[in-house]
Write a protein that binds this ligand. Structure first.
Ligand code: PA5
Length: 411
């Protein structure tokens, strides 16, 4: 596999493979314009001053990257009263639920907010409908002139309905580069603006991605190249009949990172009747729901554990004199130690059950390491898809439901 993966590596780095016009993400971290970063940071600060809530309207690649990073870094508890430095980021246009939008509007009646509408094509139904509704709400709440200051559009540089609307209404806009597809766009304004508004360090994110880029471009030998190793292993498992890759996390804040990864791999590889099915589980919660299937169900799974070595915070199990719950054997132990042992134990159990495990470890969760992970997964995805013989950068299958929906809605 390593030998045949070499061909995929050459296609990727020399930009000769299928969909090569969408390889702009390969050099984004090293080529990003410092002026663009400064502009995004300035807009983020401006929004932080005028909004308590920031709505990100987008779907798929136009929203999952931002959400993956923000939720990996943000406090996991709802903040009831404390004054926050940065607005709370909420999402819209990522589904068509009526209840969701009505509840969101009720919340927005009570708080100052701003929004971004992100759509590369500018024609996607879900975000377009949500934007129409939120734009009306914003204009009624603040008046047209003030509402305009609270809207940022991120779209194609010249094509599409959103670009035309933004021009006519005079919205601030950012460009989704032509050569970067939606699911590879987190390091463009698509991801960077929401992440900066949420108060996180986009320069550290880019720096992390850039260090990974340098590393992955420096050698095509699997022993020196982590993305090659990952791509080779998942290919070996796929060819051995393991058709499902389970991305495992032991930190709930990684839930949306898994969602981002699922889209990246599912949409890049699942075509022409081929491709691993990317699924996600959150342990140890899902060990109590999916654990049985993983351990003893059909042997078509392997796991990729994304493991975080150190948490940011610290908490020990207290001693209890009565010990009625019989947990005193854990007294004084940190939760992270118990979590690490659960990982070790699960890995052993699943391997015993015919479910091999790949482990990807990062020292801690911060912008820098998330940047590394983003680039690592994107690069390995390009390699895997080229090895599989498919175009990693198109998604022809997504159109089928849209056509039916438009027909049923009488478009
Ligand atoms: O990865 C992709 O291309 C898709 O997930 C798109 O990002 C998603 O369909 C949204 O498209 P758009 O940004 O054109 O609204």
């Amino acid at each position: 596999t390593e030998e045949s993966m070499q061909k995929a590596y050459q296609e990727l780095v020399h930009q000769t493979g299928k969909g090569k016009e969408y390889l702009g993400w390969l050099h984004l971290p090293s080529e990003i314009d410092p002026k663009l970063l400064a502009e995004i940071e300035a807009d983020a600060q401006r929004i932080q001053k005028i909004a308590k809530i920031f709505i990100v309207i987008g779907i798929g690649g136009s929203y999952l990257g931002a959400r993956a990073v923000i939720e990996a870094l943000h406090s996991q508890m709802p903040l009831l009263e404390s004054p926050q430095k940065a607005p709370l980021v909420l999402y819209a246009g990522h589904q068509l639920s009526e209840d969701y939008l009505v509840e969101l509007l009720a919340l927005l009646d009570k708080h100052d907010y701003a929004l971004t509408i992100i759509s590369k094509s500018g024609t996607t139904t879900e975000p377009a409908v949500a934007f129409r509704i939120l734009k009306n709400h914003l204009e009624q709440k603040y008046g047209k002139a003030q509402a305009r200051e609270r809207i940022i559009a991120i779209t194609d540089k010249e094509k599409g309905a959103l670009k035309q609307l933004a021009n006519e209404e005079g919205y601030k806009t950012y460009v989704v580069p032509d050569e970067v597809g939606g699911r590879y766009s987190v390091l463009t304004p698509v991801g960077l603006l929401p992440i900066a508004v949420a108060g996180f360090d986009i320069r550290a994110l880019i720096e992390g991605a850039n260090t990974m880029r340098t590393e992955l471009l420096s050698s095509s030998q699997a022993e020196k190249n982590l993305a090659m190793q990952y791509a080779c292993l998942r290919t070996i498992f796929y060819e051995a009949g393991k058709k499902i890759e389970l991305m495992v996390n032991y930190e709930p804040r990684l839930f949306f990172f898994t969602e981002w990864w699922k889209q990246l791999y599912g949409e890049s590889e699942g075509k022409e009747g081929k491709g691993l099915f990317p699924a996600g589980v959150s342990f140890t919660s899902d060990l109590h729901s999916m654990g049985q299937y993983i351990q003893e169900g059909p042997k078509h799974l392997f796991e990729t554990v994304l493991s975080i070595n150190s948490p940011h915070l610290s908490l020990e199990v207290p001693h209890d004199k009565a010990n009625l719950d019989v947990m005193n054997f854990l007294s004084g132990q940190r939760l992270s130690y118990i979590n690490a042992k659960a990982q070790e134990a699960t890995c052993l159990a699943h391997q015993g059950g015919g479910v091999p495990t790949i482990r990807i470890c990062v020292p801690s969760l911060n912008e820098f390491y998330l940047g590394q992970l983003i680039y690592f997964y994107e690069f390995a995805c390009g390699l895997s898809a080229y090895h599989l013989g498919v175009n990693p950068f198109d998604q022809p299958g997504v159109e089928a439901y849209k056509k039916n929906m438009f027909r049923l809605l009488g478009k």
